[in-house]
Design a protein around this ligand. Sequence first.
Ligand code: 87F
Length: 652
Amino acid sequence: MADNNEKKSKPVTNDKEKKSGGCGKKKQVKKETGLALTHKKDENFGEWYSEVVVSSEMIEYYDISGCYILRPWTMSIWEVMQTFFDAEIKKMKIKNCYFPVFVSESCLQKEKDHIDGFAAEVAWVTRSGKTELDLPIAIRPTSETVMYPYFSKWIRGHRDLPLRLNQWCNVVRWEFSNPTPFIRSREFLWQEGHTAFATKEEADKEVLEILELYRRVYEEFLAVPVVKGKKSEKEKFAGGLYTTSVEAFVPNTGRGVQGATSHCLGQNFAKMFDIQYENEKGGRGMVWQNSWAYSTRTIGVMVMVHGDDKGLVLPPKVASVQVIVVPVPYKDADMQAIFDACSTTVKILTEAGFRVEEDLRENYSPGWKYSHWEMKGVPLRIEIGPKDIANKQVRVVRRDNSSKMDISTGDLAEKIGDILENIQQSLFDAAKEKRDACIKVATAWEEFTTALNEKKLILAPWCDEKEVEKEVKAKTMGENGACKTLCTPFYSARTSRRNPMLCLREACKGVVILGEELLVPPQNVIPVSDFWPFVVYKDFLAIPVVKGKKSELEKFAGICPKYWAWGTRCNLPIVLVRILPRCLTYNIENEKGGRDMAWQNSWANSTHTIGVMVMVHGDDKGLVLPPKVASGQVIVVPVPGKSSQQLLMRKN
Ligand code: 87F
């Protein structure tokens, strides 16, 4: 258990105080040139956090409270996790799809029983332009009610099972309590998986396989230790049978954070949405369903766990820049030689597969650059000055512990690889040590409340009765909120089946077995070469296109009257790519301190591509997929001979 009441907690940040650009007042949180953080992590955690996410260029505040701009520094982290997770679920034969962002009121109401608790958070579209819509339309807060009517339509017989879908998308939950970047925002990105099986065993197995992937996202990529376990009856998803989760811990706040959830929904939704199938014997069966998600909250947890008073600390596996190379000029030094050495270093390391950049800007001092890249959390810095060139070495500085070492250029790539691996492991070890130091086993009520006041993560025996949890919550209610359960850990070295205890609440005589591990049978994972790369018409969709410049009438009129917008068209009336070269808009400071205008482009490529492909290649038998984009390139069909057909018939 942990002091984890998110709703009643003190704000980590107060959104109203943050200034946004956009359509709000154009003020900046901090002067562009001031690098150091004004708040310390251990002194004012909330302010420190909101300052770090902005100063490291991960987040920009927006003029709608609770909404944040995710800048490229954030998105690159999200994409690394996405690439890993997406490949893993494809190995499990889970397919990606995309359902609309809108939900009709009638569909949303089908889940009425559990939606009631969440109703206040649902955002509605009621108008288009000045016209009121006949019926208001909700924006998805999660997609059960969006997807399951179609599960009902698509699942007919046992051969349609399992149906295993995932989507990468945004969801909107109109939260009213303390918005915090990544941790609690009104719109966030996530993946949501929704699957249906013929048997409970298959569903159970998947719940744990997905949970293990979530553990790996946190522990192997973000270097954040988590506890896997089962949610209490009170804290589980009310619509489901049981909920499993990975739980992280932020030592500075003493609060647990739910990292991701994997639910077994049982047959509740199958009943609500009539998702039935015909089984092998011709009878009817209800499907067993799961749903699971992790979101951009992962990134906030990582910032909170690893960040320090110099800014962000990124684990190498998710850093979009793993190594930054900075030239260190000295008076009378051969600058060209230093720059060349930097570029050679970048080349060697890039070729070895690392993500490396150089900062050759001449109008910033090395010291400024050090602070800048430290703020952005780059795991390793390489400094190159005249002495390093003379000694055929580079100076390497670690972000996590500031240690410095000189490495000879001869075995650079190998050494850098070792150091990055070491940083990844050290970050995890340090975070785990800190978290473990906060775990307190409490077997009596007094121990429990003392530990709670000390911001500890508490492991306590408990009977999993809703009433007992409610009572504990009421008894621990204070100005920082109350305590709620995080999960019953699947495995805990400190307790075992052989060591059952009485429930923490004195009056309750429930016997508790903690640390019961759910065993997953070894899996036979068959990799599939599913792939859906970035679509290029000619190479992937086998469609000839004409490249050209749009007419004055047809170009994107918006911003730049002076220049052409470029478009690519095939023989169908669909705009494919737009490039807007040289549009004059924002006022920026140039290297010499003068003012200049930025030149802007924008371009887009959408799912239109797929419609065009269907129209061009399809025939009277249906779809014709170019092999490069087909998720199944070859289908193998058994052709029974006469005798086996007879055999089959006889069996029936
Ligand atoms: C907010 C508004 C409306 C959470 C909500 O965890 C509905 C909901 O159903 C709601 N907030 N939930 C529970 C979401 C359950 C489940 N959905 C699919 C997941 C994983 C992904």
